[in-house]
Design a protein around this ligand. Structure first.
Ligand code: KG4
Ligand code: ZN
Length: 354
């Protein structure tokens, strides 16, 4: 067995070398880090198919993602999602040159489904496979919409697990300038939505409700005037919880739409202000946004407004590429290989906190 693995590894390494300078080879990508079972096929930055089976309806009744249920549903769905991706791209499994799989961050069991499936496919087809960092995937979503996007730029990653600002010099060279010291912004949206009695996932629910509300509740901005680029969302979330509890204790009612609007204005305003400051501090007039929260309608309009005002180029993927999908993982693999990444070993493990 060891011999077989070693010879597979050798062949993979040399196959990756033969792909490195090309952009016409076929990548099949798999993403199963949370509650979306996704498979796509891409050639460089060009997407031939991208199929996403969302488990939202399954997890809705529990008010959030149940890890064990997510893993089982990935196992059940992945064959069909893969077949659909092949049909839509009009390619055969034997035509695929490389398998790309999300290796982390995410839910361990969920990640393992995609990773084991991807490794088995790669080994059976005798083609290389490569593990992709989910966050790098979110960043890569921008290259799908903007194939001519070039470096350097300031990137904001805003998702359910991450909130960070990076200075990106190349795909493999990114410096973190600021990040959350506690909750991620998407996590705050999800928790606040629960307090307001909205259904899972909370981000889109708050986005919709806020459209009917006014900004009438005030918040204190964490780290105000400190000049650094970190975030904190735990206090903002607690403020919403306290407003709701105090009203309940006094027998008063809250105005959910106003509270949703006030929270959203503050949560998104924090992202916009820090990202703008990062661009100014680094003298870079290009901002790239990624992650599920980038689907937020107020975030999109606010960034557009300030970037026009400040004469900064703004790059933001279409809504369907902001939330989890496999196409972004395939493009991330392409970018990594172009910059010298080698194939991964069959012993590669999932890393939930990558
Ligand atoms: O990137 P993503 O799909 O998964 C992670 O990698 O975490 O992000 C999911 C997060 C969730 O917290 C969800 O509530 C949030 O993105 N989200 C939104 C919106 N759509 C999704 N947050 C605010 N407004 C939205 N429209
Ligand atoms: Zn994500």
């Amino acid at each position: 067995m060891e011999n077989l693995k070693n010879s597979y590894k050798k062949r993979s390494l040399s196959k990756i070398e033969s792909l490195r300078d090309r952009d016409d080879y076929l990548i099949l990508a798999i993403e199963t880090s949370c509650d979306e079972t996704a498979v796509s096929i891409n050639q460089g930055r060009n997407i031939l198919s991208s199929v996403v089976f969302s488990q939202i309806e399954i997890h809705k009744e529990y008010g959030g993602v149940v890890p064990e249920i997510a893993s089982r549903n990935h196992v059940e769905a992945i064959d069909n999602v893969l077949n659909q991706a092949l049909i839509e791209a009009n390619v055969k499994l034997e035509d695929i040159d490389l398998i790309a799989v999300t290796k982390g961050a995410g839910l361990l069991g969920a990640l393992l489904v995609g990773l084991c499936y991807g490794k088995a496919l790669a080994y059976a087809l005798d083609i290389p496979f490569i593990g992709v960092n989910h966050i790098k995937g979110h960043l890569a979503a921008n290259f799908i919409k903007y194939p001519n996007l070039d470096y350097p730029f300031i990137c904001l990653i805003a998702s359910g697990g991450h909130t960070e600002i990076m200075k990106v010099e190349s795909f493999s060279n990114a410096e973190i300038l600021g990040e959350t010291v506690d909750d991620a912004v998407g996590e705050a949206f999800d928790k606040v939505a629960r307090v307001l009695g909205l259904s899972y996932p909370g981000g889109p629910a708050i986005d919709n409700l806020a459209k009917e509300g006014k900004n009438t509740y005030s918040f204190t901005r964490p780290f105000k005037g400190k000049g650094h680029l970190n975030f904190s969302y735990s206090g903002i979330k607690t403020r919403v919880i306290n407003i709701a509890h105090h009203a309940k204790q006094k027998g008063e009612s809250i105005r959910p739409a106003d509270l949703a609007r006030s929270f959203q204005d503050e949560a998104i305003g924090f992202l916009v202000d820090n990202t703008l400051l990062a661009a100014k501090q680094n003298n870079i007039k290009k901002i790239v946004i990624a992650g599920g929260v980038a689907a937020n309608s107020y975030l999109r309009s606010e960034f557009l407004r300030v970037c026009i005002e400040e004469n900064i180029e703004l790059y933001i993927p279409p809504v369907n590429l902001c939330t989890d999908n496999a196409a972004m993982i395939g493009v991330a693999a392409y970018e990594q290989i172009k910059e010298g990444a080698i194939s991964d070993d069959l012993s590669l493990d999932a890393n939930p906190s990558l």
